[in-house]
Design a protein around this ligand. Sequence first.
Ligand code: RI2
Length: 312
Amino acid sequence: MTDALRLVEEVAWKIKRMEIRGATAILRASLEAMREFALRADDRELGEHFRRAVDLLLNARPTEPAVRNALLYLTYVFRESGDLREARRRVVDASQRFLAILDEALKRVVEYGWRRIPDGGVIMTHCHSKTVVNILVRAHREGKKFIVITSETRPLYQGRRTARELAGSGVKVYHIVDAAMRWAARRFKPDLALIGADAITSTGVVINKIGSKLLALVAREFDFPLYVATTLLKLDVRTLAGEYVPIEMRDPSEVWPDAPSGVEVLNPAFETVSPECIDGIICEAGVIPPHDVLRVFKELYPEIWKVATQQE
Ligand code: RI2
């Protein structure tokens, strides 16, 4: 294996082992890895291994359509280039451009999101979403006072990261086990729930960390709204053509490393949250209803839409 490809493989491995985690961080790392690959590979490597580099990153986590959208775009640019010299330049430019689109989109999500946080309120969240954390930290910096309830998010405890980051920024946090979500809602009467997204389908279904639907149902029962904060770059365009978003099943040992024989441990990483449970998607176009995601995506990203729907 060549050095340039090894670098991509290392990033893919870190994504697989969740050293790099969170949909946005995975997208960013994948784009940076492809940019570095294009810069470091010699002409022969670039020509021979481009597809392999893309596949390594695509297969690192199956439930990450933002990565797929980005890598299909880079593949399109690569294929449309006249020669390898042009391909290198265009892949590097396209990676940079995509990263800039991502940064701009996230800025806007935060800009719309922080205004939705009620002053003096209680907010529930689940897992770790950088997008959600950025919104809450911004709301705090804008002078809003609120409490956040974080759930630990078994088996990998990403909720602790959320709790640590929020508390580190001065936000008051209560941390609970996942099974205490309903208890917490009863006790604290939250004003809203705010979660991130790993994937969005053409009909506005959101796929997020296992436990998200539980939170959505708790929000329904106790009558507070659930918002999803995400860029629309996570839309899985394949769902328009009838496909399902694959739900990643992770290693059972994350749940119970020495489970007794006869016990089969199941470890689904994500689950769906249906649009009826979602009061709004806080995205780069503002706060929109879930059924509008496809229309808005096409409007915002016509080029990405074209490429993602045309390629296999
Ligand atoms: P941002 C995470 O997945 C969580 O499910 C989180 O809600 C989502 O990514 C989005 O995160 P994982 O990588 O893109 O922990 O908002 O499995 O950071």
